[in-house]
Design a protein around this ligand. Structure first.
Ligand code: NCD
Length: 431
């Protein structure tokens, strides 16, 4: 038995935020409460005791948007290295995207990803399956079969589905599975060859910009289609105010729509993009300050349901080229929580309780994963978090194969110091 004492436990699913003890047995939470008495525990409290004073204990994070690149792009990441990165960042369950090579569009590939995840034996790895075969946007995958094999959602993330009728059918058919359709909202005609958000900053750099409407127009379409079909829609990486208008309207109408936001879109803006550093190049691009503020307000008031990293690793060689030519994407699993804590929780822009709600309880609930809470009987997937642990982000310290993060070289404050999955200690941070 594991007995964690005096931790500040945050578990929004139980409305808990306060100092208490947690006891774990058989891989599950046995009980939690203020000053658990040894006499009340099995074996009279014979346990491995950890004093957690001064630290937070919360459910392991659940990240619904991760690119693990396997199969096919193992030079960027694989399921094993990505799993190590996850647990270093406090993520104990994740859903990995289908834009691999080949695309995850068959039962065999869904089963392959799940099996590789089990073998890595760190975080719990769940596959997302593609909406369309080969992610070509033309023909739907066999959604019922893919869900039966373990897919937790459907997404062509990395590419927007340009054909509205295909999206309508996807929302209709996905209803049979209970899984959400996750939309990468991007109108390719509006986005054109843009490489950062269109605005004064892109003009100053002389770079082609992507208008915010490239996202919002498709988000509005998909929200309307969710309304018409009664389908279950989740908007990936929301980055623009116009998208929030569509999202709020869909929710007000009672439609089954949810959305996520990525830490980088809450922390950085287009004004931070240096022409010489393509680690700041991401899709959707970093927003204007006005959009960033609207995203933060929407996360705080619940219009945006959840946080997700959109961990998108690319090799140093791929990124070491002119901004226009580099691939879109940021490695984020290992910095997401620390960056959110440093830039949002510490300055009082986001509460710790809402952070855990949005990065654990909500995604677990939306994607029907057994995770996201420390209720008695739940899997003991837990993070011990030291709000004062300081560490500079370096390529060498990262478990990910790629270090394409805009936070490289920055000192962040607030890191996981221990991570458990199913009651097993699988990561411990050392100075
Ligand atoms: C993602 C990737 O690299 O797979 N990149 C990114 O910038 N988010 C795909 C995507 O969502 O465009």
């Amino acid at each position: 038995m594991l007995w964690l004492k005096n931790a500040h436990v945050i578990d929004p699913a139980q409305g808990i935020s306060g100092i208490m003890d947690v006891a774990v047995q058989g891989g599950r939470v046995l009980t939690l409460g203020q000053g658990i008495a040894a006499a009340g525990l099995p074996d009279g409290g014979e346990a491995e005791v950890t004093d957690c004073a001064g630290k937070y204990l919360f459910p392991g994070l659940v990240d619904a948007h991760v690119h693990l690149r396997e199969p096919g792009q193992e030079e960027k990441e694989d399921i094993s290295s990505g799993s190590r990165a996850a647990v270093r960042g406090g993520v104990t369950s994740l859903i990995c995207m289908a834009n691999t090579s080949p695309v995850i569009d068959s039962q065999a590939l869904v089963a392959f990803v799940a099996e590789r995840g089990r073998r890595a034996a760190l975080a719990r790895i769940y596959p997302m399956a593609a909406v369309t075969k080969g992610m070509r946007g033309e023909e739907l995958t066999e959604m019922a079969e893919l869900a039966a094999s373990g897919a937790k959602g459907f997404s062509d993330d990395g590419r927007g589905i340009q054909n509205g009728e295909i999206m309508r059918l996807a929302l209709e058919y996905a209803k049979l599975t209970g899984c959400p359709v996750v939309s990468h909202c991007e109108d390719e005609f509006l986005a054109g060859k843009g490489v950062m958000r269109r605005g004064p900053a892109s003009a100053a750099h002389g770079l082609t910009g992507v208008p915010a409407a490239a996202e919002s127009v498709m988000a509005a379409r998909d929200v309307l289609l969710a309304g018409e079909t009664g389908g279950r829609l989740h908007l990936a990486h929301v980055s623009a105010k116009g998208t929030l208008a569509a999202l709020r309207a869909g929710k007000a109408a009672g439609w089954d729509v949810t959305a996520e936001v990525n830490p980088h879109h809450l922390i950085l803006t287009d004004e931070d993009v240096p022409l010489t550093n393509s680690d700041f190049k991401v899709n959707p691009p970093l927003p204007s300050a006005e959009d960033r503020d609207a995203l933060l307000a929407a996360l705080a008031d619940g219009a945006i349901d959840m946080l997700a990293s959109d961990h998108a690793p690319h090799t140093w060689e791929e990124k070491a080229c002119p901004f226009e030519e580099a691939p879109f994407g940021m490695a984020a699993l290992e910095t997401a929580l620390a960056a959110l804590w440093t830039y949002l929780v510490r300055p009082g822009k986001l509460t710790a309780e809402r952070l855990i709600d949005a990065y654990a309880r909500r995604p677990a609930e939306r994607f029907a994963l057994a995770a996201g809470t420390l209720k008695p009987g739940a899997p003991a997937d837990m993070v011990l978090f030291d709000p004062d642990w300081e560490e500079t982000v370096t390529a060498e310290s990262m478990a990910s194969k790629s270090a394409n993060t805009p936070f490289l070289g920055r000192k962040l404050r607030g890191y996981p110091v221990k991570t458990w999955v199913g009651g097993h200690l699988i990561f411990e941070r050392r100075a």
